[in-house]
Structure formats: C-alpha cells, structure tokens
Design a protein around this ligand. Structure first.
Ligand code: GDP
Ligand code: MG
Length: 359
C-alpha cells in the first residue's frame, strides 16, 4: 500500500524505525515522528538535506503553479536566497511576509512592504503582489485569499520559502479559516526539516489546491548554528517588546553569546533591540570585552555549537537597521561608529530606517 504521511509528506513504511515515514500501523494518517511532534511537541529528527529539498522544489518549478514565496519579518534579508530566487526567474510569484504578529504595534508594517517592494527590483521573478499576514493569528488572510483566487487561474498554489518561516502553518491556517479543518493538518515546528516532502492538499472546486514544500535550511540562519534546545531563547513567539538603551560612554551589549555591540566614547545615540523575550542581554564595560569573550559558551549563553566570533565595523549617520541571522533586528540612531561582533556565518544585513515609527 502506498500512503503518505499527512504531517511531513513522506511515504509511510513499517520496516525501518530509523527512516522517515515509520509507523507501526500504515492505516494511520501520520507517521510516528509527526504524531509525536504534534501531540507531545517532541523535537523531530531531521532526515533530509538541502540537496533533497531542492529536488522536491525543482519538481514543483517544472509545473505551472502559482508560487507563493513566504518569508518572515526576521529572516527576510536572508530569505532572498539565490538557490530559490534564481529558480523563480520568470515565474508568477506572490510574496507573503508572515509572523506580522511579532512586530510591536508601534512599528508601521507598511514600511516593510515598501521596503520589500524596492528590494524586489533586484530579483528577477514577477511579483504579482506582496502581503503581510500572521498564519498563527489568522491576520489578513481574507485579502490574501482573494488575491490567490484571482491570480490562480486553474493552477495549484505552491508555497516556497526557507525552513521555519511558517509555510505549513500558513496552509493549516487557510484550511481552518476557509476550509473545514478544525485543527492543524500538517505538522509544524521551529525545527528546520519538519516537512520532508511535498504535501498536496486539494482545496478548490476544480480539484486544485495547495502544495506545501520542505524549506531550505539557510546557512546564514541562527537555526543552523545552535542546538534546538536553545531555540526557545532565540525565536520570538509573541509580540515583541523592544529593549531600548540611550547610549553614552563605552559599554558593550552581548545578546546571548552570539552577537555583541561594542561602543566607545559615545556622546549621544540610541539602540533598540527586537528580540525574543528570553534572550539575555549582558552589559559590560568595553574595557572588559576581551575578558567577557572568554566566557562565551560558559556563562554567556546561548552560544553557537562552534564558537568563532568575528567583528565588523558599522558606521551610522542617522538611522541604521541591522537584521542578524533570522532572529534579531537592531536599530541604532545617531552619528557614531561601533563594532558588531557575531558568530561567523550568521547573515548580517545593514539597511537604513526600515520601520519608521507610526507616531
Ligand atoms: N509568531 C508566529 N509564529 C509563527 C507564525 N507562523 C508560523 N509560526 C511558527 O514558526 C515555526 C515554523 O512554522 P512551520 O509552519 O513549521 O514552518 P515551515 O518550516 O515553513 O513549514 C513554528 O513554531 C510555528 O508555530 C506566525 O504567523 N506567527
Ligand atoms: Mg513545513
């Protein structure tokens, strides 16, 4: 019997417990891994690699789907991954920015749309629309759904994007809000590699539907640098209360053991940090930076599995917004220079004032 797991899309099998899709009873809808993930929040084992994921995506790209490219507010700079954007060349794409519920109400999300639409000039696919949503809270799905219906033209809608941006959550939310599902259909988790194969869910009257795909794991994401037990310290799950500092003198701010900002002789500047509530900030005198660095991974946590901190100089004249590793957004205002330390490999992207305040 050929049957696919509804949670991760893998063929179900009852022969090898160490391979994907294992279940003792093939008549079930979910494999053992997805069942345990969905009911006990157990950390799933990751089986596939990016190469296998790309094969699944390439197969979808050969079809005449309408593509939704899902990004999330923290990982949008690292989301424009060449592996995906090059492949989307010439396709119809709707960009959807997810996890809008994480943004503090004081920030104007429209600026994010303007910003992404300026950036898209550098990419080569045909962006037919940009939407901001929250799959988790179900925000703004109605507008998006209308657009999807309009642009679909008897095609399936295929969802692409990096791991953990919320592709499976997005389809679950659509099935709950506009379909008959009472609870989640597809398995979701913060761990990259939860969705292993494509999952097709018929939805429209013409038998077309949504296709979920496995996410590419970005080497620039913090998810690849730390162990999953630290994810709860790094990934915001609820509306962020930004942490603000008026900067003066020579202090260094460590964000966990993954990033630091070292300031020297600052006269007047401010720093706003958008981060998970649980990520600890340690403030030390910049004179003690070298000494504090020796404690990274011991008392300054969470730290990368392989600690290798590099520095870059940042020059600010006005407002600078820095996105780091898909888990941090930092905004600095003033006229100053400082050193940004970060574990090597984390994506660091500098922009101007991305979120102008609404008031
Ligand atoms: N705060 C918030 N979290 C979300 C949202 N959508 C998904 N998530 C969380 O992000 C993580 C990854 O979601 P998942 O759907 O498995 O991502 P996928 O790898 O792209 O399929 C899970 O922990 C979800 O609960 C959202 O709109 N807001
Ligand atoms: Mg998924």
């Amino acid at each position: 019997m050929i049957k696919k797991c509804l949670g991760c899309g893998t063929l179900m099998q009852n022969e090898d417990i160490n391979r994907p899709g294992y279940t003792t009873d093939i008549s079930r809808d979910y494999c053992k891994r997805c069942f345990r993930l969905m009911h006990y929040n157990e950390i799933p084992k990751v089986f596939a690699t990016n190469k296998e994921f790309l094969q699944v995506i390439d197969y979808q790209l050969k079809k005449k789907n309408l593509f939704v490219y899902l990004i999330d507010i923290f990982s949008f700079p690292i989301s424009f991954n060449k592996d995906i954007t090059d492949r989307l060349r010439g396709k119809d794409v709707i960009i959807v920015i997810n996890k809008i519920d994480l943004l503090p109400k004081s920030l104007n999300p429209q600026n994010l749309i303007n910003f992404v639409s300026k950036k898209k000039k550098k990419i080569f696919f045909k962006v037919v629309a940009i939407h901001l949503i929250s799959a988790k809270k179900g925000y703004y799905l109605t507008d998006l759904m209308q657009h999807l219906e309009l642009f679909r033209k008897e095609r399936d809608i295929c969802i692409l994007g990096l791991a953990s941006v919320g592709k499976s959550s997005f389809i679950n939310a659509i099935l709950k809000q506009f379909g008959e599902a009472k609870s989640d259909t597809i398995a979701t988790s913060p761990i990259p590699g939860t969705t292993l194969e494509e999952i097709t869910i018929p939805f429209f009257l013409d038998n077309r539907g949504f296709i979920d795909t496995p996410g590419l794991i970005s080497q620039e994401s913090v998810l690849t640098q730390v162990s999953p037990k630290d994810y709860n310290l790094l990934l915001p799950t609820a509306e962020i209360s930004p942490v603000t500092y008026q900067l003066f003198g020579s202090y260094t701010y460590f964000l966990g053991g993954l990033v630091y900002l070292a300031f020297n002789d600052i006269k007047n500047a401010s720093l706003v940090i958008y981060k998970a509530k649980n990520l600890p900030i340690t403030k030390v005198k910049t004179d003690n930076l070298a000494k504090t660095l020796t404690k990274v991974g011991l008392t300054i946590l969470p730290a990368a599995k392989e600690i290798n901190i590099v520095e870059r100089q940042i020059i600010v004249d006005g407002v600078k917004t820095i996105f780091i590793g898909g888990f941090l957004i930092i905004q600095i205002t003033g006229k100053l220079e400082f050193l940004l330390g970060y574990n090597q490999g984390l994506g660091v992207k500098e922009y101007g004032n991305v979120f102008r305040r609404t008031n």
